[in-house]
Design a protein around this ligand. Structure first.
Ligand code: ZN
Ligand code: ZN
Length: 472
C-alpha cells in the first residue's frame, strides 16, 4: 500500500484542476431543477434531476468506478472493501435559477477566480469535489480498508424522496459526511416541526367591524414579506388614521385604500429564511398586531388576531407561546410564522415552524402550545417532524475531519449547529463538512451563485486526505 502520509494534497488536486473542472462542468450544464408538472413514473421530480443522476453515474463508469442506481432518484459510486462503510452524501438537483443572472446559469463562467453557475456551490461543486478526491486517491495508489459509498440524491432541495427511498432499500453507511454546508464542521442540526393553528369562523360577536380576509406568507420556511387584509367597518376614517399612526414607529411600510365600504390593507415587511426569522420583518404579524386592537364580529377572527398579533408577534424564540428553550451547545429554539390566512367564510390557518435544540421534542412543544392557547377558539395540529441531530466533537470521525481541516488550512476549529438540514443527519454518525470556508461568500440559492476556484481546490484536497485517513 502506498504511504501517502506526507503528500501535499493541494498540489495533487491543483495539478489535476482541468480534469476536475471538466467533471464539474459536465454536471452543471444539466438543468436539474425539480419540475412537478413534467413528472412521470420514470422521472418522479421531472427530467432534469433524472438526467443529472444518469450522467453522473455514466461519468463514474467511464472513469472505471463501480456504480449502482436505486430507482430514478438516487445512485452511488463505490470503492474499497471492509466491514465499515464511510458514506459521502451529496446532491445533484438545484433550486430554480430565478431572475437576476448576469450570465447563463447553466453555462459555467470563470471570472475573477470564481465559477459562476447554478449548483456551483450547492451542491454540484462540493459533490464533484468529493468524487474527484476519491479519483485522486485511486490514482495515487491508495487502498481502502473500508467501503466508501458516495451516494448522490436528486431531490434534496424539496422532499428528500431520493434518500427516503435509499434508506428503504439499502443500509445507510455507518458514518460519514455531507459536503453541503460549511467548514470547519456542522455537527448539530436542530429539530424541525410545525404547529398548524386552525380556526373556524362561526361564533358571532356584537361588533362594528368585520374581518373579511387576511393573507400573508408563501411557505412555512420563509418570513412573509407581504400581508393583506380586508375589513368592513363603519369607522373607516378613524381606522385609516390609526393605521398611519401605527406605521410611523414600525420598521415596515404599508398603505390602506377604501372602496365600497371596505378597507384594504397592504403591509410590506422583509423576507428572510425561516431558520433565521429575526433577520426579517414579518408583514403578517405586524398587520395582525395592528388589527388586534379592534373587536370584529366573529370570536375566531378576534382569536386569530390575538394569536398572530400578540402571542406570535416579535417573538422569534417562542417565549410568549411557552416553548422557548436554550441548549448550551445547540442554542435556542427559533420560531417562524410563515403562513397566516383567515377568511370570514372559510376560517383560518396559521403555520408556525419551530427549529428546536435537544432538550425538547414535538410532544412537549405541542402540549405547551395547547395549554397556552386554551382560551382561544383554535385547534392545534402538529405537522411533520425531524428530531434534532447531534454528533459529539469527541467522535473519532469528527476529530479526524477537524484535524485534517486544521492541518491544511491553519484555521481554528469549533463545533457548530445550524437550523437548516443536510443529508448529514441521515447517518447516526453523520455531519456536514464544507464546502464553504469561514471567509467564503455564501451565494447558495441566489442569482449569480458562484464557488471560488480556490475553495473548490482546497475543499477537494481536504476531502482527499480525510477519506484517506478515515479508511486506513
Ligand atoms: Zn445543498
Ligand atoms: Zn440548497
Amino acid at each position: 500500500m502506498e504511504n501517502l502520509d506526507n503528500i501535499n494534497w493541494l498540489d495533487e488536486v491543483t495539478k489535476r484542476q482541468e480534469d476536475l473542472l471538466e467533471d464539474l462542468f459536465r454536471m452543471i450544464r444539466i438543468r436539474s431543477v425539480r419540475e412537478d408538472d413534467l413528472a412521470t413514473a420514470e422521472a418522479p421530480v421531472g427530467p432534469g434531476p433524472k438526467k443529472a443522476l444518469e450522467e453522473f453515474l455514466k461519468m463514474a463508469q467511464e472513469d472505471g468506478f463501480e456504480t449502482k442506481q436505486f430507482g430514478p432518484l438516487v445512485g452511488r459510486v463505490e470503492i474499497g472493501e471492509g466491514d465499515q462503510t464511510l458514506g459521502i452524501l451529496g446532491h445533484l438537483d438545484v433550486v430554480p435559477e430565478g431572475t437576476g443572472w448576469d450570465t447563463d446559469p447553466y453555462e459555467p463562467v470563470i471570472k475573477d477566480g470564481r465559477i459562476y453557475a447554478r449548483g456551483s456551490s450547492d451542491d454540484k461543486g462540493p459533490t464533484i469535489g468529493a468524487y474527484f478526491a476519491i479519483k485522486v486517491l485511486r490514482e495515487l495508489g491508495a487502498e481502502f480498508n473500508q467501503k466508501i459509498h458516495l451516494i448522490v440524491g436528486t431531490d434534496e432541495e424539496s422532499g428528500w424522496m431520493c434518500m427516503d427511498h435509499y434508506a428503504k432499500v439499502e443500509k445507510m453507511p455507518d458514518y460519514g459526511f455531507s459536503p453541503d454546508a460549511q467548514f470547519p464542521i456542522i455537527n448539530g442540526e436542530k429539530g424541525n416541526v410545525s404547529a398548524q393553528f386552525k380556526f373556524d369562523a362561526k361564533q358571532t360577536v356584537e361588533a362594528n367591524h368585520k374581518l373579511l380576509d387576511f393573507h400573508a406568507g408563501l411557505r412555512a420556511n420563509m418570513v412573509p414579506q407581504e400581508a393583506y387584509a380586508s375589513v368592513k367597518t363603519d369607522q373607516a376614517d378613524q381606522i385609516k388614521a390609526d393605521f398611519q399612526a401605527f406605521l410611523e414607529d414600525q420598521p415596515v411600510s404599508g398603505k390602506v385604500s377604501q372602496a365600497s365600504g371596505q378597507l384594504r390593507f397592504e403591509l410590506t415587511g422583509k423576507a428572510a429564511h425561516g431558520s433565521t426569522p429575526e433577520k426579517g420583518h414579518n408583514a403578517g404579524t405586524y398587520l395582525a398586531a395592528f388589527l388586534s386592537k379592534y373587536t370584529f364580529d366573529k370570536k375566531e377572527a378576534n382569536d386569530f388576531l390575538t394569536l398572530v398579533g400578540d402571542k406570535l408577534h416579535l417573538d422569534f424564540e417562542g417565549e410568549k407561546i411557552g416553548v422557548a428553550i436554550v441548549d448550551d451547545i445547540m442554542g435556542a429554539l427559533s420560531m417562524n410564522i410563515g403562513i397566516i390566512n383567515f377568511d370570514d367564510a372559510e376560517g383560518g390557518l396559521v403555520d408556525a415552524n419551530f427549529r428546536y435544540p435537544k432538550g425538547t421534542d414535538k410532544d412537549q412543544i405541542q402540549s405547551a402550545i395547547i395549554k397556552n392557547v386554551a382560551n382561544l377558539a383554535v385547534k392545534v395540529e402538529m405537522n411533520g417532524n425531524k428530531d434534532p441531530h447531534y454528533l459529539s466533537p469527541e467522535d473519532p470521525m469528527v476529530k479526524t475531519l477537524l484535524d485534517v481541516y486544521a492541518k491544511q488550512t491553519g484555521n481554528e476549529v469549533y463545533e457548530k449547529t445550524i437550523g437548516g438540514g443536510t443529508y448529514g443527519r441521515l447517518m447516526e454518525r453523520g455531519v456536514s463538512f464544507g464546502v464553504l470556508f469561514p471567509d467564503s461568500i455564501d451565494t447558495m440559492h441566489q442569482a449569480n451563485e458562484f464557488l471560488a476556484m480556490d475553495d473548490l481546490l482546497r475543499a477537494t484536497a481536504i476531502y482527499a486526505e480525510s477519506i484517506y485517513r478515515l479508511t486506513r
